[in-house]
Design a protein. Sequence first.
Length: 250
Amino acid sequence: MEIQQIIDLVKETKGIITNRKMAAHVQEKGVADYVTQVDVAVQNFLKEALYRLAPDIQFLGEETGLQQMNAERYWILDPVDGTTNLIHDYHHSVVSLALCCQNEIVLGIVYNPYHDELFSAVKGEGSFLNGKSIQVSSAQTLSETIIGIGTAKRELAKDNFERFLKVYEHSQDIRRLGSAALELAYTACGRQGGYFEVYLNPWDYAAGMLLVQEAGGKVTDWNGNPLNPSQGNQVIGTNEKVHQELLKLL
């Protein structure tokens, strides 16, 4: 199984994701948490295609919910990371696909069909954007870079926005893309120095985590510990140089 085969499959989802009629069929899963026909269709397509390609690898997808994965190898898929963006035709929605082997992410793909940008990484082989090698930002301090933020957990909004203010005051600026996977991909290619969110599920961060690591960066929880890709976590991903400075603010 070659990574190019997986990339080709992921790219086949473009027609589904850009289908505005399907995006208009929306159901609310929770507070500000939505699913569209696009999410379901992308997940069903990739689940079936990946099974045909590698029937021995198990599958964890956002639309099936978080479950205990005891398999040695399993896919971790977010069919549309940035569903609210998708609903509003905001063009910052991505497919995020990772392969977990013995509790370690060994392959990651993040695909933005609107901009035709496909980020990919295989453990030990570097990170790439449309086939070209990428590296994290060279910024030495927060004051030299912009930082991505995430607004998960609405019940924690007050605390979150206090953190955002601290980071804003210490950095060049802050950004919010509305997609955790894309935030990590942008960190991997150096467009921003880092990104953090108070809680993410594995399908939100698994692929992006490998992209950042293989591009020379660092991804941990807010205590600086490695992430367990089988469970939800606080997440901070940076170019490594600003990691400790950002952790102190959080």
